[in-house]
Design a protein around this ligand. Structure first.
Ligand code: MRU
Length: 351
């Protein structure tokens, strides 16, 4: 992809994040110099998207590893602190858990944490390289499945929120499927749901699609039924913040509604996410913590109040799509379809 600024960079010991709150109007870099900066950048959504906040967690721990006289207890506490920045996406806790393991190994091997920063930075970059390969693999699996269903042709694809390189590392997950199809000249049109209230669809997905010259329209969440009743969509691809053992999937608010409408009109609804988004400790979606965000994200638009004084809003940031409404879950290990605990465990190789 050309002309794309990386969402995350490590330069001279500083974590640089592309401020996604300012896109698409401004491309501004925020510098993180310590753990607190990394925590605030995740919490305030300078950086966002499940895989990317996981990687930010790794580099945030690398910043913390610069501190002197650390103990493993302090490192674990720092990881817990970073993990509390956003509760729904499991990737953050997953990557932070691996950082703590690395810290333990580092101490066992060298008797100190002096090489931990360097080890964590290499780990972070290795993860970004691996996710690029995984994203491409998932895109190929999705393309093959579409071709088996509809034949090899151009498709009309719908997506929600932002699952591109800004959220998921090189290529992206669900949006990576769209990029891959486009690079094979197999996209007729994309419908990107605007994704209220934070507008990841209109601000970020449209920004990425424009940079790649992929034909698309942004649509409002209220259009789901219109689009499918009028047969404008062949298939839907979304990402995931947490997929539990039975296949129930937490994703951006609106995903569950989209899946129900898709089921009603017989449009295949796919989830695309790496295995770092799977939570095998939870049996069903009812145990997934749902982040409640500030009501002002709904009541205000670009700093201007649009609701009457005294009005309040409820702002759950995610919902849980029932496994029954998902045609297939695509991870780097393969396609999980039908979506069931057995298939999920079989394809991922977990027990
Ligand atoms: O609140 P966000 O923007 O961090 O939400 C995460 C998401 O981008 C979506 O839920 C996405 O579909 C899963 S992460 C690629």
């Amino acid at each position: 992809m050309k002309n794309l600024i990386k969402p995350l960079e490590w330069r001279n010991g500083v974590l640089e994040l592309l401020d996604q709150r300012k896109l698409p109007l401004e491309e501004v870099i925020v510098e993180c110099h310590n753990l607190e900066d990394a925590f605030n950048s995740i919490k305030d959504m300078v950086v966002r998207g499940a895989p990317l906040i996981g990687y930010t967690g790794i580099f945030g721990m690398a910043l913390y590893a610069k501190s002197e006289n650390l103990s493993i207890e302090e490192i674990s506490k720092a990881a817990d602190y970073l993990n509390s920045a956003r509760p729904t996406a499991v990737n953050l806790g997953y990557e932070l858990g691996r950082c703590v393991e690395m810290a333990k190994e580092c101490y066992e091997e060298t008797g100190s944490f002096s090489s931990l920063e360097e080890k964590l930075v290499s780990f972070g970059f290795a993860q970004l390289e691996q996710i690029h390969k995984d994203n491409l693999e998932m895109a190929k699996i999705a393309k093959a499945d579409l071709e088996s269903k509809f034949g090899k042709r151009k498709y009309r694809i719908m997506t929600l929120c932002n699952t591109g390189y800004l959220a998921c590392g090189p290529m992206g997950t669900a949006l990576g499927v769209i990029s891959h199809l486009a690079s094979n000249d197999q996209i007729e049109h994309v419908y990107a749901s605007e994704t209220r209230p934070y507008m990841q669809g209109i601000r970020l997905t449209s920004y990425e699609l424009k940079k790649q010259n992929i034909p698309h329209d942004v649509v409002v969440e209220g259009s789901f039924s219109y689009l499918m009743k009028n047969k404008l969509i062949d298939a839907i691809f979304i990402g995931a913040d947490r997929i539990v053992k039975n296949g129930d999937t937490a994703n951006k608010i609106g995903s569950s509604t989209l899946s129900i409408v898709a089921k009603h009109y017989g449009v295949p609804f796919y989830v695309v996410a790496p295995t770092s988004s799977f939570d095998f400790d939870a049996d069903t979606g009812s145990s997934i913590p749902i982040e409640m965000r500030d009501q002002d994200e709904i009541l205000f638009c670009k700093g201007m109040r649009i609701a009457p004084e005294g009005a309040s809003a409820l702002n759950p940031s995610f919902d849980v799509t029932d496994a029954a409404f998902i045609e297939g879950i695509i991870c780097e290990k393969g396609l999980i379809s039908p979506v069931s605990t057995n298939e999920l465990l079989r394809v991922t190789g977990r027990s």
